[in-house]
Design a protein around this ligand. Structure first.
Ligand code: ADP
Ligand code: ADP
Length: 226
């Protein structure tokens, strides 16, 4: 269960540049929200503020009615998948997926169960002993998702997760992400440039430009009144 409430969220970077202005959005539990808009419009910045990777310089973010300002990022129950996967090159697939749980002092048995379960969901069971460099792009992307899944997060953030994959794999992974959303029952926020991804995955689409939310609507309504 996770609803999010963004009230007047702003981001001013230390150099004075204001990347996000007065961002308001109520996200219901289990929604699949898409952020779209041209490069530099503030999509990643907003996602990173929600993840706790970037300070929020104005407004409030609430998760399940609780302001996150006082909650340490590591306690937020949010997992993020990055465009470049950000895998640890010297670790095996298993250890890449186990790492975040080890840091949280989860027991070995529980870690093992979580990693094997994620590997099963993602079709990585036979690759657990490999290092990232011995994987294809699509497999690396699965490991990046596996690292998020093992934490069983309430909120799942994805920043252009498919943009480094070829067209065929993008279609396949898009279908898998839709299934994953159902299976995990998590609230998802997903940044993409890709119209098809936005239209097929999103329950609602947030259109941004120059740090401002221009439009929020369902894919169907946006398609009918672009
Ligand atoms: P998007 O994800 O939509 O491509 P970003 O959120 O990455 O956009 O960036 C929004 C704007 O903020 C861009 O103009 C970018 O150059 C600027 N920006 C991003 N990070 C920083 C930073 N650390 N300091 C200053 N400006 C930044
Ligand atoms: P993205 O792939 O999300 O567009 P960017 O290339 O915008 O990523 O940003 C990559 C990194 O560079 C981020 O850590 C971001 O904070 C930083 N960055 C981006 N734009 C600027 C900027 N104008 N000034 C300083 N840092 C920036």
């Amino acid at each position: 269960m996770a609803s999010l409430s963004l009230k007047g969220i702003e981001k001013q970077y230390p150099n004075g540049f204001k990347a996000v202005h007065n961002f308001n959005l109520e996200i219901a539990d289990k929604e699949f929200i898409i952020f779209v808009g041209p490069s530099g419009c503030g999509k990643s910045t907003t996602l990173r503020m929600i993840a706790g990777l970037e300070d929020i310089t104005g407004g409030t973010l609430e998760i399940d009615g609780k302001a996150v300002n006082d909650v340490e990022p590591k306690d937020r129950d949010i997992a993020m998948v990055f465009q470049n996967y950000a895998l640890y090159p010297h670790m095996t697939v298993y250890d890449n997926m186990a790492f975040a749980l080890k840091l949280r002092k989860v027991s070995k048995d529980e870690i093992d169960k979580a990693v094997r379960n994620a590997a099963k969901i993602l079709g990585l069971e036979s690759m657990l002993d490999r290092k990232p460099k011995a994987l294809s792009g699509g497999q690396r992307q699965r490991v990046a998702m596996g690292r998020a899944i093992v934490r069983n997060p309430k909120v799942f953030l994805m920043d252009e997760p498919l943009s480094n994959l070829d067209a065929k794999l993008r279609v396949q992974m898009r279908i898998e992400i839709a299934k994953l959303h159902e299976r995990l029952g998590a609230t998802m926020i997903y940044v993409t440039h890709d119209q098809t991804e936005a239209m097929t995955l999103g329950t609602r689409i947030v259109v941004m430009k120059d740090g401002i939310v221009q439009q929020v609507d369902t894919p169907k309504n946006l398609y009918n009144n672009p």
